[in-house]
Every structure is written in C-alpha cells, then in structure tokens.
Design a protein around this ligand. Structure first.
Ligand SMILES: Cc1cc2nc3c(=O)[nH]c(=O)nc-3n(C[C@H](O)[C@H](O)[C@H](O)COP(=O)(O)O)c2cc1C
Length: 296
C-alpha cells in the first residue's frame, strides 16, 4: 500500500462552500462527482511535517507526493522539500472539466456559491471508461515501456482496479470512492484482487499487468465484420414491456416487432446484431444468440 498525498502548494488556499456536487444513480449512490476544490489547505511546513511522521511510522511504505508551484523557483523548492526530482512514473487521470446540474430557475449550476458557480473537476465511476482509455493508451506507448503507471479515475471495487491493472497500471489510486465509502473499501478491494489472483493461479499482481493491452485497438478498422450475432429472447423472462421493440424501431434497424402477446419477434433480414435491445432490456430477457451469419 502507498499513500498518495493531496497536492502541496505554497500559495494561500481559501475554499468556497459548498464545493462538491454529484450526479446520483437511481439507488441514491454517486455516479459522477464534481469538485471545485483547490489544493491542500495545509501550509508547506505542515505537509512536510506530516510526510516525516508518515515516513517514521511506516518506513517501508511509499508516499506519492504531488506538488504545484506558481513559478520555476517554487516548483524546484517544493520538489526539493518532497525529495522528488525527476519523474520515474506517471499518474493518470486527473478530474475532467465539467459543469453539472444547471438550475432551471436560478440559472446557476452546481455547486452554487452565493449565486455563482465554476467549471470543476469530474470524477467517480462515471469517468472510468475515459480513464481506462487513457491508461490503455499510456500502457501501449512504447516510449513509456518500463515506466511505473499509477492509474485512477472511477475505481470503486476490486474489479475496477483489476481493469486498470490489466491495461498496464502498476498501481491504482482511489479518491472519490473513499470520500463516499471510507478507507474500508480498500480492504474489500484487496480481498477481491487476492481471490482473483488465487482463482487464476497468479503468484502476484504483477503477472496481471497489461494482459488486456493486446486485445484493445485505438481504431475499429482492425475488427472482424463478417459475423452477426443475433439477439436471443428468453420467453420465460420477458414481461412484454416492449422496450426492445421501441428502441429497435426508433433508434435501431426496425428489426423487432411485438406479436399479439406483446412478445418480441425478430426480423432476421433487418437485424444487424447491434445488441441495443440487449442493453435496454430491464428484465435481462435478451442475450447474445448462438445464430451467426456470414456476410458475403
Ligand atoms: C475533492 C477532490 C480533490 C482532489 N484534489 C486533488 C489534488 O489536490 N491533486 C491532484 O493531483 N488530484 C486531486 N484530485 C483528483 C484525484 O486525485 C483523481 O485524479 C480523480 O479524482 C479521479 O479519481 P477518482 O475517480 O478515484 O476520484 C482531487 C479529486 C477530488 C474528488
């Protein structure tokens, strides 16, 4: 385990209130998180004292220091104080610039600070696909081979962490999920990863680093295009809501019609195997089918 520290700076930090906002899922949990927070509000001296204490108490653990200067001299001074000159690793991603929740009556977005707001950093599980894309790109870059890649962006569970590791991350970091659930999720994350390693017969997590890199391409040109996988409708699960037919009709290829019992009927001539119907079915009553056709 490593401790990654809030960015240390020597300018005065004076935070706004409120400073967070979030997009919630239907279960009330946070999907995406926005912050307009600045950097560490502790002085440089206070932060360095905390580094020293951590080093004393946990001599074998690594501290990742993050610094921001306003000019070269400040950067140098902070780097010297943190005993960190020159990079031997890359951490990604930071939060993504965002605006969320514009109020239709006040016209102010969130978080609103006495009638105004500001563009702020978006994080949490919603940014994970974007973060994974960045990590894959870094993981595949030959110029970065051998460099320690520390990944973050939307990690909540061991499975999230594993996905970053499979794309080349040597370590992972968690911010928003810890703010939401506390440090206890790290224990769950470690337990899950250890079970996965045991199941796969891996001796260490290093053996999983980058295993998914070969199968991801930055262009769709390389993909095979001759096979169509039709959807398979599970009659026993279908409740006849018609979502598949609506989505296919209005947003797809008009390949699904409902029969007299409101059960989906597929027109194989029209179906392109896009699987939109599978994704919109709330009953999970549609799965990828076994029927494939070879195009000429
Ligand atoms: C409230 C808050 C404060 C943050 N402060 C910093 C910071 O001081 N320095 C920094 O490099 N990143 C900072 N970040 C970005 C995180 O380190 C991380 O890159 C980002 O939140 C994505 O990871 P996550 O989805 O696990 O939160 C902050 C994020 C949040 C939510």
């Amino acid at each position: 385990m490593r401790a990654a520290f809030k960015t240390v700076c020597s300018f005065e930090i004076h935070e706004a209130s409120p400073r967070f906002s979030a997009i919630m899922g239907s279960d009330g949990g946070i999907i995406g998180f926005k912050n307009i927070e600045q950097l560490s509000d502790h002085s440089v001296a206070e932060n360095i004292a905390i580094f020293r204490r951590l080093k004393q108490n946990y001599p074998t653990k690594l501290i990742l220091a993050s610094i921001m200067g306003q000019n070269d001299a400040e950067w140098e001074e902070l780097a010297r104080l943190c005993e960190k000159n020159g990079a031997d690793g890359i951490a990604a991603i930071n939060t993504i610039k965002s605006v969320i929740g514009v109020n239709p009556h006040t016209y102010v977005s969130e978080p609103a600070v006495r009638g105004r707001s500001a563009v702020g950093g978006y994080s949490g599980n919603a940014v994970k696909p974007i973060a994974l894309r960045f990590i894959a790109e870094l993981g595949q870059n030959p110029a970065l081979r051998g460099m320690h890649l520390s990944a973050m962006g939307g990690i909540e569970t061991w499975r999230d962490a594993l996905e970053f590791i499979l794309l080349g991350a040597c370590s992972v970091q968690v911010t928003t999920a810890v703010m939401q659930y506390g440090y206890r999720i790290i224990d769950d994350l470690k337990t899950g990863l250890n079970l996965y390693l045991a199941e796969k017969g891996f001796n260490s997590i290093q053996e999983a680093v980058g295993l998914a890199l070969d199968a991801i391409s930055d262009t769709t040109d390389v993909l095979e295009r001759d096979t169509v996988i039709f959807p398979r409708f599970l009659r026993e699960k279908c409740i006849g809501c018609g979502r598949c037919a609506i989505s296919c009709g209005d947003g797809g290829h008009q390949a699904i019609k409902l029969d007299e019992n409101r059960r989906p009927k597929l027109n194989g001539q029209k179906c392109v195997g896009c699987h939109l119907c599978i994704l919109v079915c709330l009953q999970r009553a549609i799965t990828p089918g076994i029927k494939r056709i070879q195009r000429k």
